[in-house]
Design a protein around this ligand. Structure first.
Ligand code: UD2
Ligand code: MN
Length: 336
């Protein structure tokens, strides 16, 4: 135990780049002691008299997770299975009569992912709530006809393809920004951008709704943490100085209120264009710019890797529900 505490202390005192390594150590080395900590702080053992009158308020506390980080250092909740009551959230959300937009792109060979995405999103994405799916594609005639739930709508928007896959992916920032300006700010309340090469396997509900929302990359929960993925070359507008940074976010799923997503996509595309003018391309393209933006404009809510799991990775037991994950693709084949 002494040894473990020392390790944790020294790890926590390092800069935030080691944050997740600390979780890993905590997760695996403190596991035997967590039970005792749970007992010490469990509301079952120390109930306040006011709590006794409000059993529903206790729900989240009695199922609270002790094995994962539940809040960022800037007090943004991190959404994990077992930390929220969907019935309460749904009841609150329904009163507001909101519409959520989802921007997705299926260009060139990625049209093969449309059916799997839409079929699963129709079932599991904000089930029972109004959602507009905006699908940008260079092959509108190849979009399979599908019957969606009455509260879901699909808009197919033709676009011209870029020849490089990196440009298709990066240019999403530009298209989203200009559609918010011209259309979506009048049409939806919240907007989320999602990769098309994914499928949903469990409900993704209103627990994702907040002002500015990022998804923590599943790569952060593997042992190979040392290959920090930020762009570090100072010549790039996406550069994050070594030792800076708190979480690494996946570009496959982010969103928030329309005005915040507008600021984010506009800033990221500006960075991409400046890099282009300077003859540099960030390591992970728009994902690098997204990470830079979210470092200095902190998300108000973080989604755990339950909300984007990379199928190449072994699922750790802290990820109890795989809500959305990548579809395997032969990169050489689909990107050329
Ligand atoms: C999980 C995650 O964080 N994914 C990001 C990651 O790799 P990925 O390997 O997930 O990138 P990707 O190949 O899925 O491309 C991103 C998205 O661009 C679209 N697309 C891309 C190529 C193409 O020929 N046609 C097409 O439609 C499609 O919507 C796809 O989902 O890095 C990319 C840029 O390096 C993007 O930032 C992705 O969001
Ligand atoms: Mn992808």
């Amino acid at each position: 135990m002494k040894n473990t505490i020392f390790k944790c202390k020294s790890l926590f005192s390092l800069r935030s780049g080691f944050f997740f390594l600390s979780f890993y150590i905590l997760e695996f080395e403190l596991a035997p002691y967590v039970h005792h900590l749970t007992l010490l702080f469990s509301p079952k053992h120390k109930k306040l008299s006011s709590d006794l009158d409000f059993p529903r308020a206790l729900h989240s506390q009695s199922t609270v997770r002790t094995d994962v980080l539940l809040m960022s250092p800037w007090l943004a909740p991190i959404v994990w299975e077992g930390t929220f009551n969907r019935d309460i959230l749904n009841a609150q959300y329904r009163q507001k009569h909101l519409v959520v937009g989802v921007a997705m792109f299926a260009v060139k060979k990625y049209i093969r992912f449309i059916e799997g995405f839409l079929h699963s999103a129709n079932k599991f994405f904000l089930s029972g709530h109004r959602v507009n799916f905006y699908l940008f594609t260079d092959h509108p005639e190849k979009v399979p006809s599908m019957t969606l739930s009455p509260e879901k709508r699909l808009f197919i928007i033709p676009i011209e393809p870029y020849s490089r896959w990196q440009d298709i992916s990066m240019n999403r920032m530009n298209i989203i920004s200009s559609y918010i300006r011209s259309r979506w700010r009048h049409e939806v309340d919240y907007l989320y951008s999602m990769d098309i090469d994914v499928q949903l396997f469990e409900h993704i509900g209103v627990e994702i709704i907040d002002t500015l929302v990022g998804t923590i990359s599943s790569w952060q929960y593997t042992k190979t943490r040392e290959n920090n993925s930020y762009e570090t070359r100072p010549e790039s507008r996406a550069a994050i100085p070594r030792g800076e940074g708190d979480f690494y976010y996946a570009a496959s799923f982010y969103g928030g209120i329309v005005s915040e997503v507008y600021k984010l996509t506009t800033a990221c595309f500006k960075g991409i264009m400046e890099d282009r003018a300077n003859g540099i391309e960030a390591k992970w393209h728009e994902e690098s710019h997204l990470n830079k933006y979210l470092l200095y404009h902190k998300p108000t809510r973080l989604l755990s890797p339950e909300y984007y799991w990379d199928e190449e990775l072994i699922l750790p037991h802290i990820v109890r529900v795989k809500r959305l994950s990548s579809v395997h693709k032969n990169l050489k084949e689909v990107r050329f």
